[in-house]
Design a protein around this ligand. Sequence first.
Ligand code: FCA
Length: 330
Amino acid sequence: MGMVTTFTRLALGSAIMLASLGSVQAQDDVKIGFIVKKPEQAWFINEQQAATDAGEELGFQVVRLGGEDGQEVLSAIDNLYAQGAQGFVICPPDVRLGPAIMNRAEQYGMKVVTVDDQFVTSSGEPMEGVPHLGMSGTKIGQQVGEAIAAEMEARGWDPQDVGALRITNNELPTAVERTDGATQALLASGFPEENIFDAPQQSTDTSGAFSAASPVLSQRGGYEHWVIYALNEESVLGGVRATEQYGLAAEDVIGVGINGSGAAFAEFSRNNPTGFHGTVAVSSTMHGRQTAEDLYRWISEGEEPQANTETTGTLMTRDNWEEVRADLGL
Ligand code: FCA
């Protein structure tokens, strides 16, 4: 008897849920794309998932796509148009593709919002006409530099004995802002400028950073300790892996990243600490949700999103990562 009653209740409950879901979708019928440059990276997986969740709550559909180069992005847009999508959120694989992407979107009458990496014009200026949400790169970079300086002090290092590995990506303005911000804060703490070495990476991921970092370490072998920073934690991890391969002990390395995604959680969960000291966490959940919701409101209510939204970060280390993770809804 009890089982039958439970079954009836469940069946009734889901019938009501289905009925209400159906009516919301029929009313709105909004479909958007969410295109990211690195669909396998934890940051982007979470961002796309958060967009999908927002869609489920508010009643619009999200198509998750990867766009790792210009060709892939353009076919993703064609594909979205063929499916009846009215717009898309995008983190482009190269910000200089902005004008080409906007061209295609305008042909199709699709609305566009950028997330994380802002489009630039052919002269390298930010494309102001496209609503954008991203990190305040300079401030977050400064937090990285301050965290490195504080940890150097806690370990009692003499800055003269420390080399800094600055993993750079000069094609991406937000990357430049972040590493410049970190450099400023380090210099302000008294770090010697001549001890900072650039490792230009080809791609904004761990393998790109590893390949960039290794030769720099072998050329500048003379330092007792190293600090490492980059535009994101995946890249800092590449630098940390390069120091391990080079034979440096974890206690001689301080790497501080940016993002606060699964890559950092995995590192903090290891039994033995590595040279990866911390990361400035930003809510990829908020980035994904907010941009998807903004685009949805633009399509369904004609309300254009704010031109530029800047988000902030919180330092996450082995000691507090679980707390910060929960606070940021990650
Ligand atoms: C860039 C980086 C990502 C993430 C994002 C907010 O796209 O490549 O790792 O930091 O900005």
